[in-house]
Design a protein around this ligand. Structure first.
Ligand code: ADP
Length: 382
């Protein structure tokens, strides 16, 4: 077999962090990035600049790729079908990927398969939201089915008027609809990641706990603490079932709510995910390597953890524009911490890097990782 060429649509940090895994396996990566200074474009020599909405650009990019995969879920499904018709291998394929693109399509498929979801309904207007709230009680969670990310596209509304305001002031992307969900009184948010190959082989990573602040992932603890073996196995089972039912090829992250009714699925991502960054140092096979293995239909690697606990904390854009200036302090204070900077310009709230620490005591690890992230963000200076 000759050196495989994997095309990644999207030039963000997920594509960038795939590069070391590709290098180790002698896989050639090609990236379709929007701009030359995109995170992945800075480190992957075979970067093509183009728009993922532009079919011609996608076709030109895919020419010569053995398989095309993604760093985000924004490529229109119709474009992916055209790629497939022209003989391009697309993994995950559009029929699977649509469940990560459209929350209503996802809710319908999971409800039909008997997989646990919050109560939900498609809503056309504020009257529908009020009707749903009559059954569920205010507040309810109002979402756009497509086009949201990092909490944009999710509102908690407490009245019909609030729902009407949100709906009137939000422009939907093409094909997007509205849905209402019960506001789950969750204990915490979990993420269950699995890799699945076209052969149908699958591996499940330990279930992790994630802390979301303003809709953005801030911290991950792997594995989630105080989780019984049964509860954890149940969450992994749900993720494996989703991967099989939807025919996912590659990494799948299932974001879940841990509730007194058990786990309830929030949303899906079919690519490496922020809640799996800990696996770079913390697991025998990182999510990035397993994504590559899966899309190339190679046997999957062990997801076995390498420490009792791994803690990952995101570095969000703060008041400190020069992240490299923080390296001296962070590295001097904590030689065990692993720093990942994405080469992105610091902007408020933007994910610009993360840190990971491995060990045994969650509280100690959280203190170390938070200190480093806070220092990068400029919220502390000593
Ligand atoms: P996005 O697609 O922008 O990531 P999500 O659907 O993941 O949006 O929602 C972002 C955050 O909003 C979730 O991590 C969770 O904290 C909160 N959230 C979403 N849906 C619900 C719900 N039904 N009940 C309670 N909180 C929710």
């Amino acid at each position: 077999m000759t050196r495989p060429v994997v095309g990644i649509v999207g030039g963000g940090q997920l594509a960038r962090m795939t590069a070391p895994a590709a290098e180790a396996l002698d896989v050639h990566l090609r990236v379709l990035a929007a701009r030359p200074d995109d995170s992945a474009a800075q480190v992957i020599p075979d970067t093509v600049i183009g728009d993922h909405d532009d079919l011609e650009a996608l076709l030109a990019f895919a020419d010569g790729c053995d398989v095309v995969t993604f760093d985000h879920e924004h490529v229109p499904p119709a474009h992916l079908r055209t790629l497939q018709e022209r003989g391009v291998l697309v993994r995950p394929g559009p029929d699977a990927l649509v469940h990560a693109q459209d929350k209503i399509v996802m809710r319908e498929a999971l409800s039909q398969a008997g997989l646990p979801c919050p109560r939900w309904a498609e809503v056309a207007d504020a009257d529908d939201v009020a009707l749903f709230a009559n059954a569920e009680d205010w507040p309810v969670v109002l979402k756009v089915s497509r086009g949201g990310y990092d909490g944009r596209g999710v509102w908690v509304v407490s009245s019909r008027d609030e729902a009407a305001d949100v709906m009137a002031s939000t422009a939907l992307v093409p094909g997007a609809r509205w849905l209402a969900e019960e506001k789950v009184d969750f204990i915490r948010e979990l993420s269950a990641q699995v890799a699945r190959s076209p052969h149908g082989q699958a591996v499940a990573y330990p279930v992790v706990a994630s802390l979301q602040v303003n809709g953005i992932c801030k911290e991950v603890v792997a594995p989630a603490v105080d989780m019984s073996a049964e509860h954890s196995a149940r969450a992994q089972r749900v993720a494996l079932d989703i991967a099989a039912v939807l025919g996912v090829e590659g990494m799948l992250a299932v974001e879940m709510f841990d509730s007194d009714r058990g786990v309830l699925v929030n949303e899906l991502a079919m690519r490496p995910h922020n809640t799996g960054h800990w696996s770079i140092e913390g697991a025998d096979t990182s999510q990035f390597e397993n994504h590559l293995r899966a899309v190339l239909d190679l046997p999957l690697g062990a997801p076995t953890p390498r420490a009792n606990v791994a803690v990952m904390v995101n570095i969000l854009g703060g008041s400190y524009p020069d992240l490299h200036r923080a390296l001296l302090h962070v590295m001097a204070r904590d030689p065990g911490i692993k720093v990942h900077l994405y080469g992105k310009q610091v902007r408020a709230g933007r994910k610009v890097g993360h840190v990971t620490v491995l060990g045994t005591d969650v509280d100690v690890l959280l203190e170390r990782a938070r200190h480093a992230a806070d220092f990068f963000e400029g919220t502390i200076d000593g």
